[in-house]
Design a binder for this molecule. Sequence first.
Ligand SMILES: Nc1ncnc2c1ncn2[C@@H]1O[C@H](COP(=O)(O)OP(=O)(O)O)[C@@H](O)[C@H]1O
Ligand SMILES: [Mg+2]
Length: 368
Amino acid sequence: MPGNPFRPSFGTSPRVLAGRAGLLDEFDVALDEGPGSPMRSILISGPRGMGKTVVLNELEDRARTRGWHVVRLPEGPGMVEETEQSLLPGLLARVDPAAEQRRVTGGGIHAVGSISTEIDHAYPHTQSLTAMLARLATLAAERGTGVLLTLDEVQSVEVAEVSRLASAYQHLLRDDHEIAFVGAGLPVGIATLLKQRGTTFLRRAERLQLGPLDEAEVADAAVRTVRAAGRVISPEAVRLLVRIAHGYPYLLQLVGYHAWRAAGTDEVITERDVERTREVVVDRMSRLVHTPALLDVPPGQLDYLHAMAQDDGPSATGLVAERLGVSRQHANVVRTRLIARELIAPVGHGLVDVALPYLREHLRRVGE
Ligand SMILES: Nc1ncnc2c1ncn2[C@@H]1O[C@H](COP(=O)(O)OP(=O)(O)O)[C@@H](O)[C@H]1O
Ligand SMILES: [Mg+2]
């Protein structure tokens, strides 16, 4: 049996990309348009599993294809320091002809000098983030390209560090350098960041809420993934997979993975194979998506979610307020916060629905 082509894990790019073409093409255009193009500064928000990291990888590929330098900034604490002290010096030592020369002379003196010593020679740590990025952008411009900075898990970086990055970026923008930035993170983290002073450029960045894929995109990707790996999936099986996945990229991979396994040595993946994935789907979503997503949600908002979970479909906001025994105004405030968290979404006048597949089941399961 050929290897399972589905990748149900976070941060791994799929064999076959579903959808996202519009966004990727817009970014391509922005890279061609030159400095000042709005889509050159993008902040992507979305829940875990919606495909933020995958989009980031794809955008990086688009930039690389155009010969751009891609600088993926380190996640978590120490982002600026690591960028300034090792990431950029290392990159510049490789691409800067001036560094090359100094390396040659340096090599003559210290014949057995390690690479890192040589890099130290060429790019002493005293150079600022802005100076190094400007140098990189200047080198890129000489070749008719630019520099793309990316930052995943934006919410894991200290606000003060993002501010430093923002000010360096701002500086380069002002000087009309060929530079672009794409950040991705959880909705709350992005919102918090935008409220801070010193992150002005982020406020001007294009904000994209990464949403679900549409049914045709999921179906097409499922069929192509299976086919490229040497098997077949029946049309009924595809339809059921689409229904279970709810446009959620992680679920496309998860359902595909388990259906592939359930098919055993058969050449065809059937509807029954897909049907058998339901239990594992709800379980994995609970543990890997919903539990972490609800971890820091305040009690009042959790109560609101539980009150919604009594409904089998969208909830009437008035009714939710009634169930909670609170005023409509108060319920509205809570609702707005949950919408900002991208946990629920308005779906028509006076109606809201949970924004993550199987969140309702999860809430019912964990109880009050
Ligand atoms: N456009 C897509 N097409 C197919 N699979 C995708 C797509 N986007 C994400 N995935 C899959 O979904 C899972 C989660 O994607 P990831 O980018 O890690 O999500 P996030 O960064 O938002 O948490 C991974 O298994 C990935 O392969
Ligand atoms: Mg991610």
